[in-house]
Write a protein that binds this ligand. Sequence first.
Ligand SMILES: Nc1ncnc2c1ncn2[C@@H]1O[C@H](COP(=O)(O)OP(=O)(O)OP(=O)(O)O)[C@@H](O)[C@H]1O
Ligand SMILES: [Mg+2]
Length: 276
Amino acid sequence: MRKGLQNPAAQNQRRGAVPGPAQPMDMPEPSPAPPEPGAGAPRETVFRARGLRKTYGSGEVEVVALREVTLEIGRGEFVVLLGPSGSGKSTLLNILGGLDVPTEGEVWFAEHRLDGADEAALTRYRREHVGFVFQFYNLIPSLTVRENVALVTDIAEHPMDVDEAIGLVGLTPRRDHFPAQLSGGEQQRVAIARAIVKRPDVLLCDEPTGALDYVTGKLVLDVIARINADFGTTAVVITHNAAIAAMADRVIHLGDGRIQREERNPRRASAAEISW
Ligand SMILES: Nc1ncnc2c1ncn2[C@@H]1O[C@H](COP(=O)(O)OP(=O)(O)OP(=O)(O)O)[C@@H](O)[C@H]1O
Ligand SMILES: [Mg+2]
């Protein structure tokens, strides 16, 4: 299968976008809306899940985190998972990312079957295909921005240049700084650079703006939308914030462990266009 982020220059050209390093994102203003993927255009399916159920504990203390979750996500899609606390969002994202396995049901990433996969196979899957971004950045405090991002490239098959990844998130002037010298939004952009430097097929983000103020939150969303639009990286973003849903191709509403409803946005809003 084609790997995501394999040929960014060609993809950028095709989409008419300017690649990151030539136009670094050290800018205060979010960019205009990303190119439309073409509403209703058929996409290759990357994730396919059927009848997912996830329980924790057993007997009287059993918690059902997911029930009867069936979904498909297309390559290059930008999906927002929305729902109240405890509705199963992180559980679903972790299963898609191979950090957890379902109790029942099937889940596939392209031709890789994830349910029932052993730890070694899941580790390989995560390493080769998935970039994670979490609410808290999990950077290594004793390493600079460059070193934090470079760590990942040792274990990646086809990493992009570390400085290119740092340029894509607009942190070139800060690349020799330590995490403690950066704002929350900058630290989150380092975490995004670390997630994308290995050219993942999918970018899975669990409340990436949860710890950020309004302005830096929008900058981080803009970076995620750009990665998705410019490289075709499938993005699944969890949020509590309904305004962010306008940036997605598709919004999946979770409640009580189930998919309550889905909606497709006729056009994607840019980070600059949304407010909350
Ligand atoms: N390791 C675990 N052990 C027991 N119960 C768990 C575990 N992880 C999650 N749960 C339970 O599963 C349910 C779904 O949790 P999940 O973390 O997926 O929710 P969420 O939608 O991400 O919530 P939040 O918005 O608060 O992050 C919750 O009731 C939670 O308490
Ligand atoms: Mg969660």
